[in-house]
Design a protein around this ligand. Structure first.
Ligand code: FSO
Ligand code: SF4
Length: 518
């Protein structure tokens, strides 16, 4: 096996014997076969009209390969077969050999991998939009263009061009998902979410899929079963069409990498909707349900139903069987706080744009930080907690994705009636952050790079890769990135990113804050 797609990759280089995430060599090798099959499919469809079935198969088969999604060799093998069947519908273009994926000139492997991993990340977003009835021809077509490009020879300049083009397409895809979410569930509004769990049966839902949550809420209504979000599902509390369900009570636990501790002995059913699954401990494996592309051998799976309607009755029955806690329980976030806020997406922030602009002009707000991205298990991520703790009182911290659990229970006070820490949502809501930055730049008649704004990102998996490429494609400079530099960036590629975009590896919170605020 060879896999270096996520931040926790073995020795910071590559997993070659067993995935640090728990992915087996068998699954990893099958994923390479699947990637090769997808390149073959992309070749075969060149110049032809692609059917909706093929489009959907392309995005789902890519999503399956994102870190912490599938640990199931059988499932990946089924995808290989399905993609080969799809390819056959478009004639007999030559196959791509998977051995070619990770071989060749180091810089070319690096650029090819960056594009592949970005595409995998975008596929997750496209799938979330798709289940809400939204697709975009240009985004769909780019999956095929990008995958075909992986099987071709390109100069370094051409690869960089492809990466920038991809970044722009991913912006479109995030806009599509933003549109899908807000048109279905309304614009998020600020919400304060408890970390406590009430007595009685309950279900914890994690991952990013809001439609799964919506259907779960419909099916638990009036049944005396409470629902709690976990990880990337926390921002659901901001959406009017989701928060209206009174049994959606609060948020249990923190980010994905704490699940083994948080789910141990938990007397509730747990539903994994997307990429957050770790190999479960035996003690709670029976309480877990996976759905859509998430799969782990031996775990119960809720199948896609007719017209996208799923039947969560097995999850509900499990919650009833487990009974929940006998009394109300108090839990806290990682810093001892017992509430978290969310819902500060673009509509809310831009709704108070005048206040924000006045506060900047009047000197009440000196700087904005976007401290966002993935969380992970490796040491070194305390940087983000300490960074936020050390931000001066006249600065605002915007955040998104699961990295926020490092500090989202800290009461950092207010600035001009707004909380100093504002959660904009899931990782895909980077779109919201971009919209806010663009609006501020317009208001101040300057470029985004001239704003008193610094992006301090943490990365873990491939969605962070596609977001980073979007930010770079937008020309956003001097982004801080940590906790480590992706293993798939060769030293030459990293050199280009540093030189062209001022991409900066994090150092210490003290040092970085000093430089930023100088
Ligand atoms: Fe990355 Fe977190 Fe959303 Fe994940 S955020 S790590 S599992 O939830 O996908 O950005
Ligand atoms: Fe290793 Fe990450 Fe790949 Fe898992 S996803 S095998 S941890 S690089």
């Amino acid at each position: 096996m060879f896999c270096f797609q996520c931040e926790q990759t073995a020795k910071g280089k590559a997993c070659t014997e067993m995935g640090v995430c728990g992915k087996t060599p068998e699954v990893s090798n099958k994923q390479d076969e699947l990637t090769a099959a997808l390149i073959g499919l992309a070749r075969a469809t060149k110049g032809l009209q692609v059917s909706e079935t093929t489009n959907k198969a392309m995005m789902e088969a890519l999503f399956v390969q994102v870190t912490n999604v599938s640990f199931d060799e059988k499932q990946v093998q089924e995808w290989v077969q399905r993609i080969k069947t799809e390819k056959a519908k478009y004639g007999n273009a030559p196959d791509f050999k998977w051995e070619e994926l990770w071989s060749g000139n180091e810089d070319v492997v690096s650029l090819r991998s960056t594009l592949l991993l970005g595409i995998r990340g975008m596929a997750a977003y496209a799938c979330h939009a798709y289940v809400l009835g939204k697709q975009d021809d240009e985004v769909n077509a780019w999956f095929f263009k990008g995958m075909a490009a992986l099987g071709e020879e390109h100069s370094v300049e051409e690869w960089l061009g492809l990466l920038m083009e991809f970044g722009q397409i991913n912006l479109k895809c995030m806009a599509l998902l933003d549109d899908a979410n807000t048109s279905t569930y309304g614009h998020p509004i600020p919400a304060t979410v408890t970390t406590n769990v009430e007595k009685g049966p309950f279900i914890v839902i994690t991952g990013h899929d809001l439609l799964d949550l919506k259907q779960l809420l419909e099916q638990t209504e009036g049944k005396g079963i409470n629902v709690y979000t976990h990880g990337e599902m926390l921002p659901a509390h901001g959406y009017p069409e989701l928060k209206k369900y009174t049994q959606l009570k609060g948020n249990y636990g923190t980010a994905w990498q704490n699940q083994k501790k948080e789910f141990e002995d938990l007397p509730g059913a747990i539903l994994f909707t997307t990429n957050c699954l770790m190999p479960p401990k035996e003690s709670y494996a029976d309480n877990i349900f996976t759905t859509s592309v998430v799969a782990y051998p031996g775990l119960k799976h809720v199948e896609d139903g007719v017209n996208g309607q799923k039947d969560f009755s097995a999850v509900i029955e499990k919650a009833i069987e487990l009974k929940g806690f006998g009394e109300d329980k108090e839990f806290t976030g990682l810093n001892g706080g017992n509430k978290m806020t969310t819902g500060f997406a673009r509509n809310t922030v831009l709704g108070v744009a005048d206040t924000v602009i006045d506060a900047v002009k009047g000197g009440a707000i000196k700087h904005f930080f976007l401290v966002g991205g993935c969380d992970g298990a490796k040491p070194g991520r305390n940087y983000y907690t300490e960074f936020v703790e050390q931000t001066p009182k006249d600065t605002v911290v915007l955040t998104l994705a699961c990295g926020k659990f490092r500090f989202n229970d800290i009461d950092a006070g207010e600035i001009g009636g707004l909380p100093r820490i504002m959660d904009m949502g899931q990782c895909n809501d980077a779109y919201s952050a971009i919209q806010v930055a663009v609006a501020l730049a317009e208001a101040f008649e300057c470029g985004v790079n001239e704003l008193p704004l610094t992006l301090v990102l943490s990365w873990y998996e491939q969605k962070a890769v596609c977001i980073l490429l979007t930010l770079l494609a937008l020309g956003i400079k001097n982004i801080y990135i940590g906790p480590s530099i992706p293993a798939f960036f060769s030293s030459t590629v990293l050199g280009v990113l540093v030189e062209k975009f001022g991409l900066t590896p994090i150092s210490t919170p003290e040092e970085d804050l000093k430089t930023i605020l100088a």
